[in-house]
Every structure is written in C-alpha cells, then in structure tokens.
Design a protein around this ligand. Structure first.
Ligand code: ADP
Ligand code: MG
Length: 140
C-alpha cells in the first residue's frame, strides 16, 4: 500500500552536511520526498513533538539537542513507507543498527542518531500534520 511517513533529518546530520547522502538512500529505495523544509524547531515544538517521551530521563536532553540547530522535516511516500523507512533508518542506538542502515552509517550516539521516522501509520498522520498542510505535499 502506498503510504506517507514523516522523516526528520536531525541537527547532527544537517551540521555535517550529509542531508544529500541521506536523501539519496530514500530515493534509491523508492521513497519519494514529496514535501521538505528546513526549520529550527522551538523548545515548545520539540516538547510537543516528543511528548510521549516526557517522563523519560533523556527527554530534556533530547529537546535541547533537537533545537540545537536546523533540521529538515520531510514527508516520504512509497509502498509501506512507514516500515520501509524504519528499516532504512536502523535501530535507535547506532551501535545496535544493522550494517548499511542510516543510523549505522551516520549516527553518532543513541541521541544523535541522524534521523527520525514515524513508527506507525497512525502516528505518521499525526506527525505529518504537525509540520505540513495538505497543500505542502506534492506527489509526483
Ligand atoms: P526512535 O527514534 O528509534 O523511534 P525513540 O522513539 O525511542 O526512538 O526515541 C526518540 C529519540 O530519543 C531517539 O531517536 C533518540 O534521538 C532519543 N533517545 C532515545 N533513547 C535515548 C537514550 N537512552 N538516551 C538518549 N537519547 C535517547
Ligand atoms: Mg520513536
């Protein structure tokens, strides 16, 4: 089924100028970038976006990190886009990520792991609408 998922290229990857390399992985694996924008997340945005983690010990560090520099928010579209993107990303901790995944290749630590991807179709819809309106999404 053709789906859409939210991806974020996180500050560590933007800072190292590897956004093109990451987008190439999506495009080489039949995930189309159908919306994309560079933003600086506010503290408020980060806290809201990651509110499911608000009780976790790493929450404030995570929000600090996600606001430490620009990120690229993007919508990826393709067959089974949600799970496909999660597979391309690899495990949360780059040390545990499979060879060839984005996090294995580029992640620095469990926090600075280069990319975000929605974890379910339901969350993808919520997360896409957090950053984009329907008119921002241009399928091709
Ligand atoms: P994922 O991004 O793989 O869905 P989670 O939803 O569990 O992972 O966590 C959200 C983000 O919080 C992670 O991508 C990572 O940046 C950060 N994070 C997760 N676990 C830790 C941890 N133990 N210490 C520091 N940061 C973490
Ligand atoms: Mg998650």
């Amino acid at each position: 089924m053709t789906e859409m998922t939210l991806s974020i290229i996180k500050p560590d990857a933007v800072k190292r100028s590897i956004t093109g390399k990451i987008n190439a992985i999506f495009e080489d694996n039949k995930l189309k970038v159908v919306a994309q924008r560079m933003i600086l997340m506010s503290k408020h945005d980060a806290e809201k976006f990651y509110k499911v983690h608000s009780e976790r010990a790493f929450f404030s560090d995570l929000c600090e990190y996600m606001t430490s520099g620009p990120v690229i928010v993007q919508v990826l579209q393709g067959q089974n886009a949600v799970i496909k993107n999660r597979e391309l990303m690899g495990a949360t901790n780059p040390e545990n990520a499979e060879e060839g995944t984005i996090r294995k290749k580029y992640g620095i630590s469990v926090e600075e792991n280069s990319v975000h991807g929605s974890d379910s179709l339901e969350n993808a819809k919520i997360e896409i609408s957090f950053f984009f309106s329907n008119k921002d999404i241009l399928s091709y």
